[in-house]
Design a protein around this ligand. Structure first.
Ligand code: COA
Length: 265
């Protein structure tokens, strides 16, 4: 099915989904989110699709975040709605009965890191960069990042990464178990496909049940006892940031290509 912002290709049962806005470093705008929602429905419903890869167009970015230009002027309620929509789509990815793997080929920042973390596991190329830099905008992660980063790298490192907005490279991501493998850019898709080809030789119902069970294990292991509450808390907190002067200043500073001046209001 043709999409405005995605390229798709089915190869030996593997659906390769490429986010295609390279001039904006594949930032997730409303259209990308809608297209992702539909393409994941396709993964669920098309019997020819056995597994999927999500990657980014070009050699610079996987996804450099949510599209900041769409954040200007949003109210608290609209901010919450943005987070809710993103969470719904990313839950659909996380709960897909067919494996969905991220091939991170460059910047995976903000919503890009969150998209990669919603996938069942991740590979990346040597030039990949990961981070949750929302605090630079007076914001917090809003697509499940406060929950999934904590699950993947542990509470202390997740706190540090989100509070400092530090961007880490591929080797650090590997050491933190944010990714399973680091490859050259040339090999990234080849290696990802190899792993999925192996998985596709196994029993599909058993694979779907592994996904279900691992997701339950991760949720019940979270420090919130009920991970769902943590995700809901994040959506509300994300929305509340839109009622602050700092968020307006942070988003405007990014668009105007200058440093933000935060006042705590
Ligand atoms: N939203 C909207 N546009 C974005 C974007 C985002 N998240 N990330 C990059 N872009 C756009 C830039 O505005 C620029 O557009 P322009 O050419 O029309 O000015 C284009 O993509 C290229 O980005 P640029 O910043 O010029 O590239 P760079 O190599 O100098 O820097 C980054 C790369 C990733 C460090 C920088 O783009 C960045 O910090 N992006 C935002 C990351 C972020 O905060 N993500 C979380 C959002 S919630």
């Amino acid at each position: 099915m043709p999409y405005t912002t995605l390229l798709t290709e089915l190869e030996n049962g593997i659906y390769i989904i490429t986010i295609n806005r390279p001039d904006k470093l594949n930032a997730i705008n409303k259209q990308v989110m809608n297209d992702l929602n539909e393409v994941i429905d396709e993964v669920y419903n098309n019997n020819a699709i056995k597994s999927a890869i999500i990657t980014g167009a070009g050699s610079k970015a996987f996804v450099a975040g949510a599209d900041i230009s769409e954040f200007l002027g949003l109210t608290k309620e609209e901010g919450f709605a943005v987070a809710k929509k993103g969470n719904d789509v990313f839950f659909k990815i996380e709960n897909s009965p067919k494996p969905i793997v991220a091939a991170v080929n460059g910047f995976a920042l903000g919503g890009g890191c969150e998209l990669a973390m919603a996938c069942h596991f991740r590979l990346c190329s040597e030039n990949a960069k990961f981070g949750q830099p929302e605090v630079n905008l007076g914001l917090i992660p809003g697509y499940g990042g406060t929950q999934r980063l904590t699950q993947l790298v542990g509470k202390g490192k997740a706190m540090e990464l989100m509070m400092s907005a530090v961007i880490i490279g591929a080797d650090d991501a590997l050491q933190l178990r944010l990714v399973n493998y680091v490859t050259t850019q040339e090999i990234l898709l080849i290696k990802t496909k190899e792993i999925l080809q192996l998985i596709q030789t196994k029993a599909p119902v058993a694979i779907a049940k592994i996904i279900e069970c691992v997701n339950v294990a991760v949720v019940s292991d979270s420090s919130y006892n009920n991970g769902k509450n943590g995700f809901e808390k994040e959506q509300h907190a994300f929305g509340e940031c839109f009622a602050t002067e700092d968020m307006k200043e942070g988003a405007a500073a990014f668009i105007e290509k200058r440093k933000a001046n935060f006042t705590g209001k």
